[in-house]
Write a protein that binds this ligand. Structure first.
Ligand code: ASP
Length: 450
């Protein structure tokens, strides 16, 4: 069986729901389960509505409910007819009545606990999947609607609930029966406690839902349908020639996520990857494009080791350098430094050390002044802001000195600091001045990808 997950942009209106269902219809023989997000920006709107209700602004909350109702009804009426249309509208009507009375209650009490917040947000995925189910039936697909809250079970940490894995796997296997030629539609993002109270898996949690369901049913593949062609070799805003990376390992994708590759958050696909289930990222608007396969092991023949897969960068980094001659042959020095960062909850990204100095990069400078003051008790502190981290991602890069020599030979006179290679066996990172970041990426892209 396969799981197809369609994000909010992929089901933003009737036209896109049709595209999503066309893609699904072509794969009915693979026993598909379709997981959908809320349509477009619905979850943001619901969050706004919860804030209004909490502040007693019932008129504003009701306006949002009306806008959401109008847009969802318009989509349904645009492509449904007869029984499908009337059932869809009456099922939605019921939900809109419910959300209206919840909003009224919250605005009277002027509270919106995390628990109530989850209930409000859960409506987005319910609205979208009801419409998708009826549209699928309208175009002749035999479709079963499933409520994810009946099988995805969590603890009660509302807004970021933690999965109860064993129970969830058992229930999914009991309740979802994929079949050739038939479709099951269920919601991403939403779940419930053992007692049946609605929870959510955290914003953007639909990928996680797809991965949980795919893992429980031992899917052959999980397809994440989004609005880009997959993971790119670098930011196309800087390098128009950037190309889609056809195959990438899970570890490599995880490195890219730190640099803001928004396509997929690796932790959300971990349940599938840990079972060796491949995840394919594809573009709903361009289904013919190859997309990116994320796979668990880089050793597979389809993914050449020792070659860079992508170049990522992060601007606006601050480098902190501490030099202390007392450090020579001393121990406990790094601990003293890191205790200061821990105290100010500031994470350090790259570090490089010599016997008498330590360089570190941070991107959150909220507590920089206090950190600097305290570091001065340890040694001489030198801070340089407006720097960028450049990161060449590719598992096993360190095994091939020719690649490393190409990087530095081609960078010529660009000043490079803090080279870090092989710490994770997945990247080569270094720091350059902000104004050299784009140029550095251009040179590296030309060297390895053009
Ligand atoms: N609809 C939810 C959100 O916008 C979950 C998701 O789309 O993944 O965060």
């Amino acid at each position: 069986m396969i799981v197809l997950k369609f994000g909010g942009t992929s089901v933003r209106d009737g036209e896109w729901i049709n595209k999503a269902l066309e893609i699904t219809k072509n794969q009915l023989q693979k026993e598909p389960v379709l997981i959908a997000s809320a349509m477009g920006k619905t979850t943001d709107k619901l969050q706004e509505l919860a804030h209004y209700a909490e502040n007693g602004k019932i008129k504003e909350a009701e306006n949002i409910i009306q806008t959401l109702k109008d847009s969802h009804f318009a989509v349904a009426s645009g492509f449904l007819s007869g029984n499908n249309l009337s059932t869809c509208l009456s099922e939605q009507e019921l939900l809109f009545k419910k959300i209206k009375s919840i909003a009224k209650g919250l605005s009277l009490l002027r509270e919106c606990s995390p628990r109530s917040n989850d209930t409000i947000l859960s409506f987005g995925e319910l609205f979208s999947t009801i419409i998708i189910t009826h549209r699928a039936r309208e175009i002749g697909i035999h479709t079963t609607f499933a409520d994810s809250r009946e099988f995805i079970k969590t603890d009660d940490q509302f807004t970021k609930a933690q999965l109860l894995e064993d129970l969830t796997n058992k229930l999914i296997q009991e309740k979802i029966k994929p079949e050739k030629g038939k479709l099951t539609v269920a919601q991403g993002f939403i779940a419930s406690t053992v007692d049946g109270v609605t929870t959510t898996l955290g914003r953007g949690g639909s990928d996680y839902s797809a991965s949980i369901i795919g893992a429980a049913l031992h899917a052959d593949e999980i397809q994440v349908w989004t609005d880009v062609n997959g993971i790119m070799s670098t930011d196309p805003g800087i390098i128009p020639k950037a190309a889609t990376v056809p195959v990438i390992s899970y570890k490599e994708a995880a490195e890219l996520a730190y640099f803001g590759a928004r396509v997929i958050h690796p932790s959300t696909i971990q349940p599938a990857i840990s079972l060796g289930i491949p995840v394919l990222v594809k573009n709903t608007g361009n289904p013919g494009a190859e997309g990116t396969h994320i796979i668990s092991t880089p050793e597979s023949p389809s993914i050449p080791a020792d070659t860079p897969k992508a170049i990522a960068f992060k601007k606006g980094i601050t480098v902190i350098n501490i030099t202390s001659y007392r450090m020579f042959l001393a121990y406990g020095f790094l601990r003293m430094i890191f205790e200061i960062f821990e105290k100010y909850k500031t994470s350090v990204d790259i570090i490089s050390t010599s016997e008498v100095s330590v360089s570190m990069t941070i991107d959150n400078t909220t507590h920089l002044n206090s950190i600097e003051e305290q570091l001065k008790n340890i040694g001489n502190v030198h801070i340089k802001d407006n720097m960028s981290i450049i990161c060449l991602v590719g598992q096993g890069l360190w095994k091939n000195s020719i690649i490393i020599s190409k990087v530095f030979k081609n960078l010529g006179s660009i000043p490079v600091r803090m080279i870090s290679l092989g710490a994770s066996d997945t990247n080569l990172s270094f720091v350059v001045p902000n104004e050299q970041a784009e140029n550095t990426v251009k040179i590296l892209h030309k060297t390895f990808f053009e």
